[in-house]
Each structure stands twice: as C-alpha cells, then as structure tokens.
Ligand binder design. Structure first.
Ligand code: F0G
Length: 458
C-alpha cells in the first residue's frame, strides 16, 4: 500500500484558540460593521483572513532571532539578508523595508510620475493603490482564462502577450515598468509560467522597459512551474527561482508570505543607480539603508526563511494542504477558482449566491455567513476591495467576486481544513435562504475594504 502524504515538519509549540457560540458571533460581527477586519482575533476560531505574516517560524528561524545584530548601521543581520537574497534570488543590490507595500512606496517614488501607465497581471491592491495614489493607471493584461473560475488552466497568472503589446504600443513613453505578480493573489493564487516570464522579458527589451516582479509568493510559483511546466520536473526549486528572477530587473517582496516571517520586506535590484535613488526614499520613509524598518533579528529570520521557503518538501506540504481544502469543497459541489492556487482557496461567490445582486456584495455576504457558521474568518476579494473608480467614483465590479480562504504557513492541521469545508457545505445547502446581502454605511476614499462599515441590505 502506498504511504499517505504527511507534512515535512512536526509541532514544537502550540497556541490555544477558542470556539465561540453563534449568538456571540452574531453580536460581534454586527458591532464590527460586518467587516471581518474589525473583529478581535479572539473572536475568531480559524483565521484564514490572510497568509501574510501569519506563518509559524521554524526552530532555526527562532534561533536566528536570538543572534540578530541590532546595530543601527552595518549590522551583520543586514549582510546575512543581503547574502541570502544574492544566493537565493540572484540580485546584487537590495534595500530592506518593513513590508511589501513599503517596498512599493519607496520604489514607486523613484519610478512613477503622474500620467504614467503600468501594465501587468492582476496588480495586487496595495500595488494598485501606490500606483493610483501617484495619479498613474494600472492596466491588467492577465490572460482571459483567469476570469473563468471553471476553466482549468495550469498558468492562470500569465500575461496575455497581445494585451501587453497593445498597451506598450499605445503608451510607449508613459510606461515606467511592467509588473509581473508571482503568484497572482487577486485572481486566485495563480502562477505564471517561465515561458510567459521570458516572453514578457523579450517584449520589455523590445520596448526598452523595466520588468518588476511583485514577488510575495515567488516560491509557490516556482513549485507550480516544477509540477506543471514542461522541462522543469528535474530542476530544483532554487534553480527555477533563479531562472524566474533572471527575467526581472527589480523586485518588491512582501517577506510575510514566502519568506515565512511575521514582518518584513525588501526591494532587490540590479541597477546601482536605481539603488542609489531608492536609498534616499528608503531613509526618509523606512530607516537607514542597512535596516529599513526591520529589526536585526527580523532580518536574520527572513534570511533563514528564504532558504526554508524554497525547499521542495516544505512547499509540497504547504501547497498540498491548500489543495486538500480545495478538493473537499469541490467534492461538496462548491464553486471554487480552479485549479486550486498556491496560498488560498477562492470561492466563487457569484456562483455560490447567484440570486443576490452584485450591488449587495456577494463575497462579503458569504464571508460573514462563514464567520457566523463556524467562527472561520475569510476575506472578500471582490467589489469592496476593487474600490471606486478614481475619476467617476462609481463602484468597480470586477470580473471575479471571490471569497478567499488564505491558509497560514505551517499553522493549521487538516482537521481545521475539515471544519472549514463542512461549514461551507452547510451554508451551500441552505444558500437559497440567504436573501439579503450588505450595503455600505461609510467608507474610506482608498483601500476601503479594511475599514468599511456595512449593514444588512434592504
Ligand atoms: N503584493 C502581493 C501580491 C500581496 O499579496 C501583498 C500583500 C503585497 C504585495 C503587499 O505586501 O502586506 O507586506 O505590505 N498581501 C496581503 C494579503 C495583505 O493578505 O494577501 P505587504
């Protein structure tokens, strides 16, 4: 008999979590304005709000924390991080930042000016926010396959070459860089193939453009390349990672994902000149260039995390757990983005609650239902997150209206996944009885989903 699969780690420290009563949750979510970000964590049993900064560090990472060098300038921890970035990712220069959006803020201060156009694949919301804040525009060039959740395609994160070339032709002198997001968070944790990255590199070279990788989940992307792309089966994750980043001039990194730390980020780049320009903003916004908003101990843990996050056995445990949850949901007939992505399962709320109007925020409604059912916290990736059009101020209704169940790294067991799956099945069985969605009571002008206050519609 073939042995079943099991994780490539064991548990050394545990943290208690608390179940609650439905009546308690009803009161809590109401006073949170039906916004799951406003719940206290002890009001949540299984927290799938995000896989960002919520992972469990290893024993080696914790040991690294103890030997962090907290010197203001020239700390050994800075050099440990520099060496890891050079070794694993292949970039000569880097700047630490406190997280991914801080890297975007620093780098975009150098690269973007008003009126610019930034093509890419499913720009993440902070990326889009930092671009639009500078009065520039994002153009999504993701392949059409990404927007049909029923379609199985190995690389739904891919950039459509025709869409990209059309943008490059139309806005030739207004494009500061092309962004490739690996993996594409907003379209379901979907990967980009190496063939596609090389195509973007070629197009960028033809038009003299910089290629930027938004790299939060680069290792998960490399895992999918190894499993799905012809010619990569026998390559190691690290070999694939090096080949991926060879297509990029510069990268921003939210290390809270694939470097398995609770806080941290960086910019890595090849251009000495761009590094010098970005250093000025780094010092202004983040801190001196050898710590940039990070403690020495955190830089140490991050360096170690880059190695652990690019080990095949770890990635296999991680991604198979996400797949396990996805398969259980599919077995119940629940509509999810297929194939299952790297960091999360994305439930298609349009197909789950087709009888609710999109103006009543189907995915947010579903996320609230799931919380009420079992104390599970997911997150809306839909119309709330899409914000309003910066010019017309109309609500933007994106092609995909999803509820994301993001799985923290090395944190939950498959028993937790079973609770989530059965809770959603119960809701699916009674979906016809959910007749009311939500309406907005108050919202911020940008990135509203974090603070929005909602109430039951009607
Ligand atoms: N890029 C991508 C693809 C992301 O998913 C995120 C964060 C960022 C950039 C920004 O990084 O949070 O360190 O500032 N995503 C989190 C999430 C928030 O829940 O998916 P950050």
């Amino acid at each position: 008999m073939e042995l079943p699969f099991a994780e490539s780690y064991k548990i050394k420290m545990v943290e208690p979590i608390r179940k609650s009563l439905r009546e308690e949750r009803e009161a809590w979510i109401k006073s949170a304005g039906y916004n799951l970000f406003k719940l206290n964590s002890d009001q949540v049993f299984i927290d799938l709000l995000t896989d960002s900064g919520t992972g469990a560090m290893s024993d080696k990472q914790w040991s690294e924390m103890m030997i962090g060098d907290e010197s203001y300038a020239g700390a050994s921890s800075y050099f440990k991080m520099k060496n890891a970035i050079q070794d694993v990712l292949g970039f000569e220069y880097f700047l630490p930042t406190h997280q991914g959006r801080a890297a975007e803020n620093v780098l975009f201060s150098v690269l973007i000016k008003e009126g610019d156009v930034v093509p890419g694949n499913s720009h993440f919301d902070t990326t889009k926010g930092h671009i639009e804040f500078r009065k520039a525009t994002c153009i999504d060039c993701t392949v059409d396959e990404a927007f049909d959740t029923t379609l199985v395609h190995p690389f739904k994160g891919n950039v459509d070459p025709e869409k990209l070339e059309t943008v490059l032709k139309a806005h030739a002198d207004k494009i500061p860089f092309i962004v490739i997001t690996v993996t594409c968070n907003s379209s379901g944790g979907q990967p980009v193939s190496l063939e596609n990255m090389k195509m973007v590199r070629q197009l960028a070279d033809r038009y003299g453009k910089i290629v930027l990788f938004d790299s939060a989940r680069f290792a998960e992307n490399a895992y999918f390349i190894k499993l799905r792309e012809k010619g990569y089966q026998d390559k190691t994750i690290r070999e694939i990672v090096r080949e991926m980043f060879a297509c990029a001039d510069v990268m921003t990194m939210s290390a809270k994902k694939d470097a398995i730390v609770n806080m941290g980020g960086f910019i890595a780049l090849r251009s000495k000149e761009m590094h010098a320009k970005a250093s000025v903003y780094n010092i202004m916004f983040e801190g001196y260039i050898t710590y940039g908003g990070m403690s020495g101990r955190d830089m140490n843990a991050l360096a170690q995390g880059l190695y652990e996050g690019t080990e095949f056995d770890y990635l296999e445990s991680r991604i198979r757990q996400v797949e396990y949850l996805g398969k259980r949901l599919m077995d119940f007939g629940i509509p999810v983005q297929q194939p299952i992505g790297g960091h999360a399962v994305f439930v298609d709320a349009k197909r789950f609650l087709p009888h609710l109007p999109k103006e009543e925020f189907q995915a947010q409604t579903l996320a609230v239902e799931l919380y009420l059912e079992a104390g599970v916290r997911g997150v809306e990736i839909g119309a709330l997150l899409a914000d309003r059009d910066p010019v017309s101020r109309d609500n933007r209704f994106p092609a995909l209206e999803l509820m994301r169940l993001a799985i923290p790294r090395r944190v939950y067991t498959n028993n937790h996944m079973d609770v989530v799956a059965v809770a959603l099945k119960n809701i699916y069985d009674r979906r016809e009885t959910i007749r009311k969605g939500l309406k907005i009571i108050s919202e911020a002008p940008i990135m509203r989903h974090f603070t929005v206050t909602l109430d039951l519609a009607g």
